[in-house]
Design a protein around this ligand. Structure first.
Ligand code: LRH
Length: 491
């Protein structure tokens, strides 16, 4: 069989990549073509995404793909969740999209529940965890603050759809990314109009919903010419990065939990139908849309964000640590001295993270880490303990026994944290693929091109082609004792 080549644009909240995925005789080979930064842009007291710069990076990625000299079948884009751009009546992009860490949504869910619709109804309609930054509350805050962008908007496009629009001129609402917004009803798989209408907005803002695999259009002629590629088809993959990553879990059967590990740690299980009940509402569990109509029942846990912010601060102070140094420092530090709840509100915003950790220790009566090594150790141990806390809740809900945790995404390369996680959870951990989002993106394009059939076939192919590493629980007794302490500080 002739090889088929696909271009995946995989954009996270801190960086993006262009990956060329090649499929030949059931073998998948990945090649990173470009890597570029994506940083929150502080401007006039707000946080934005520089979508124009992202567009330029996509063009650069297309030029790099052209230089490979291979025939490309299609292009697909996945990004982080919830954020969106507005398009005016003349088709132009209306300014910069807000970044989800902008504080304009602080307290917005509570305002929405008291002024628009009660919390139970919002959760009942959507099954989505209440988080300040959900698109629903971003829209509420913009409407409340008389946003001129919103007033002028003809259409709203979620980030992957907005970028696909810039490439093709065609507008769609891809299902998995829309599911992160808290505007979609997972039972009907449609935008729930009353959530918008009750605050004076209309569901007409959204172009038609399409499923992963839908062909959005082809590259604009002038763009294709400028980048030296043909007018390639742009396919809606699972536009939500986490959905693409979960599609790439190399699991042999359904009895697994996943942890998509990056800036966020997204832990969950895959189920056939949404789980929306009193228990999932109490746990603030989310029912995001997956591939083949599956539901990603999951929970956002603050992941590498805290470490990333510490590393940024330490670098500013002249201490720039490499990844092997970080692991060595954590390995050498004393165990179980200080514990933090990674999801404490004080760690959510960008800023001086080591100071936020010190303040947290003061508030919770724990020893302040004496140096950077102790801080890193506290972060890794606390993450592994938080994973157990959340997994225990999934164990109480799952319609099957959870036999294994699949850790995927960039964080799966952290062998020390993987071992901590296996020890803390008491079940085997399989790590990899670390490029799960890009792999999922590529495989969904391959499925659209007819190279693979079902989700399970995709997963079997990934399991065959991409090496993984297993971590078996070891010293579980010490972790059990630590967990008893952890439960007294966690929310
Ligand atoms: C991870 C992620 C996560 C969302 C968050 C906004 O990149 O997509 O699933 O909750 O970004």
């Amino acid at each position: 069989m002739q090889p088929k080549h696909f271009v995946a644009f995989d954009l996270g909240a801190t960086s993006g990549r262009t990956i060329l995925g090649s499929l030949r005789d059931g073998e998948l080979v990945l090649k990173e073509l470009t890597r570029f930064p994506n940083a929150i842009l502080p401007l006039g007291g707000h946080y934005y995404w520089n979508i124009f710069s992202l567009y330029e990076h996509l063009c650069e990625g297309l030029r790099a793909a052209a230089r490979e000299g291979v025939e490309i079948t299609s292009v697909g884009i996945d990004t982080w969740g919830v954020d969106f751009a507005f398009i005016g009546r003349d088709g132009s992009l209306l300014g910069l999209p807000y970044a989800y860490r902008d504080p304009h949504t602080d307290g917005a869910p509570e305002e929405y529940f008291s002024k628009v619709l009660p919390k139970e109804e919002v959760y009942g309609d959507t099954g989505i965890q209440i988080m300040n930054f959900n698109s629903l509350y971003q829209l509420y805050a913009m409407q409340r603050d008389h946003s001129s962008q919103l007033a002028a908007a003809d259409r709203l496009l979620f980030m992957p759809d907005a970028l696909s629009y810039l490439l093709t001129g065609e507008m769609v609402t891809e299902y998995t990314i829309a599911s992160t917004s808290q505007l979609l009803n997972p039972r009907t798989k449609r935008i729930e109009a009353r959530l918008l209408e009750k605050m004076g907005l209309s569901a007409e803002l959204f172009p038609p919903i399409v499923m992963p695999g839908h062909r959005i259009g082809t590259l604009r002629a002038e763009l294709a010419a400028a980048c030296g590629v043909p007018q390639l088809p742009v396919v809606a993959v699972a536009g939500h990065d986490t959905a693409s990553a979960v599609a790439a879990v190399p699991a042999a059967n359904e009895r697994f939990a996943y942890l998509s590990s990056g800036t966020w740690s997204l832990m969950g299980i895959e189920v056939r139908e949404p789980f929306i009940n009193e228990q999932t509402e109490r746990y603030n569990f989310t029912n995001e849309g997956g591939v083949e109509g599956t539901t990603r029942l999951l929970k956002n846990i603050t992941g590498m964000w805290i470490l990333e912010q510490c590393l940024k601060k330490w670098k500013e102070e002249g201490r720039d640590y490499s990844y092997p140094e970080i692991v060595k420092m954590a390995t050498g530090a004393a165990p179980f001295r200080t514990m933090i709840d990674p999801d404490d509100a004080s760690f959510a915003a960008p800023g001086d993270m080591p100071a936020a950790i010190r303040a947290y220790c003061g508030r919770t009566g724990q020893p302040v880490p004496d140096d950077d090594s102790a801080t890193i150790r506290a972060i890794f141990e606390s993450l592994a303990l938080k994973y157990r806390f959340v997994l225990d809740r999934f164990r109480s809900l799952a319609p099957f026994g959870i036999e294994r945790l699949h850790v995927i995404g960039g964080g799966s390369k952290n062998a020390l944290l993987n071992q901590f996680t296996a020890d803390s959870l008491g079940i085997p951990v399989t790590a990899g693929p670390s490029e799960a989002t890009a792999v999922g993106n590529i495989m969904l394009q391959a499925r659209a091109a007819g190279c693979v059939g079902t989700l399970q076939e995709m997963r079997s192919l990934i399991a065959r082609c991409i090496p993984t590493e297993d971590f078996i629980p070891g010293d579980t007794a010490a972790w059990d004792a630590a967990y008893t302490r952890f439960k007294t500080i966690v929310k």
